[in-house]
Design a protein around this ligand. Structure first.
Ligand code: ZN
Length: 78
C-alpha cells in the first residue's frame, strides 16, 4: 500500500518546482517506533529484532551468526 507521501509525490512528478519543494519539506524521517527503523542487516526482516549490544539481527540470523560473534551457549549443549 502506498503512503500519502508517495501518492502526492507521484502526482507532483510533472511539476518539477512543486515536486522539489514537496520532497525538501515533507520527507518522511524514520521514527524510533517505526517498523522499518528496526530491520535485520542480513535479511531485512523486521520481526523479532535483536538490538542489544548494538547488534541489528533478527532471531534467525542471530542464531546462525552468534557463534562467530563470540556468543557462547551455556547450559546443556544439544
Ligand atoms: Zn535476519
Amino acid at each position: 500500500m502506498e503512503t500519502a507521501y508517495e501518492r502526492i509525490a507521484k502526482n507532483l512528478k510533472g511539476k518539477p518546482a512543486k515536486y522539489s519543494r514537496f520532497t525538501r519539506f515533507n520527507q518522511h524521517k524514520l521514527q524510533p517506533h517505526d517498523r522499518r527503523a528496526h530491520m535485520c542487516v542480513r535479511c531485512n526482516r523486521t520481526e523479532a529484532h535483536i538490538g542489544i549490544h548494538g547488534l541489528s539481527y533478527c532471531r534467525e540470523c542471530f542464531r546462525e551468526v552468534a557463534k562467530d560473534l563470540g556468543f557462547r551457549k551455556y547450559g546443556k549443549e544439544a
